[in-house]
Design a protein around this ligand. Structure first.
Ligand code: IPE
Ligand code: IPE
Ligand code: MG
Length: 249
């Protein structure tokens, strides 16, 4: 339920609410370091921010929420931190499954899931199937996701079709590429939010964000909540999207 303090902010959100919001959830490590805590504590606190954000996105009428949880480059971190992140994913999916299902939230995952433990993959598959009828919000978790790896995979799939004689090189158009991305079937993000003060994409949805509005926030991910999402949507609503057309055209 909306807290009284959040109501005025909600009233500021008019139409149109972005159909697809993607978030680069950054700043967990710095949040923990500032408190003298291990980085894993920042990731655990980040899980509460995820819960708040999913709930707020659903209430505000967002259709798809994509969250960048672990990149293909995050394997470069110390093994104890990687282990903590993998364990957190498993725990979160296990713990939240029933609530997601009850709230009509459809879980999806995008990324190379072969990097995960078989138990985690099985759990993800179970919850994706359990929640597949959810119509309130699509929650798309980008895990072991990298845009370049995703595009290389799409190229391999298309090349295999050509090699098998199933299509010609000339038939490969933008729609054919998009259909082979992990996000096939989803609309492109309208709004991309990055927390944690950095202003870069870090290999996230490079194809899909061709015309996304970018909002960089001076907040560390564990401190993110409903008011930040509302503020980012309000910023989005002030932008004029042109998609290459002339102003006002
Ligand atoms: C984001 O927080 C979470 C992941 C990348 C998995 P970070 O762990 O990158 O936090 P900072 O950027 O070091 O503060
Ligand atoms: C991006 O954050 C990846 C995720 C949020 C999962 P990083 O912290 O890994 O990005 P860089 O290394 O600062 O670019
Ligand atoms: Mg970071």
């Amino acid at each position: 339920m909306a807290s009284p303090s959040a109501r005025p902010a909600l009233a500021a959100v008019g139409s149109p609410v972005p159909a697809h919001v993607a978030i680069i959830m950054d700043g967990n490590g710095r949040w923990a370091s500032a408190r003298g805590l291990p980085r894993a504590a920042g990731h655990r606190a980040g899980r509460d921010a995820v819960r708040r954000t999913v709930e707020a996105a659903r209430e505000l009428g967002v259709d798809v929420l994509t969250l960048y949880a672990f990149s293909t480059e995050n394997w470069r971190r110390p093994s104890d931190e990687v282990g903590a992140l993998l364990a957190l994913l498993h725990e979160a999916v296990l713990a939240e499954a029933e609530e997601l299902h009850r709230s009509g939230i459809q879980l999806r995952v995008c990324g190379a899931l072969d990097g995960l433990a078989p138990e985690t993959r099985a759990e993800l598959d179970r919850v994706v199937a359990l929640t597949s009828g959810g119509a309130a919000l699509i929650l798309n978790i980008a895990f072991n996701y990298g845009s370049r790896a995703e595009l290389a995979r799409a190229a391999r799939l298309l090349a295999a079709d050509v090699a098998a004689g199933a299509r010609t090189p000339e038939s490969i158009d933008e729609a054919a590429v998009a259909a082979r991305l992990y996000t096939a079937g989803l609309p492109d993000p309208d709004l991309l939010i990055r927390t944690g003060r950095e202003q870069r994409l870090s290999n996230f949805l490079l194809w899909q964000c061709a015309y996304a509005e970018l909002v960089f926030l001076d907040v560390l991910w564990p401190d993110f909540g409903r008011d930040h999402l509302v503020a980012a949507i309000a910023t989005y609503q002030q932008r004029q999207r042109r998609f290459g057309a002339a102003p006002g055209g």
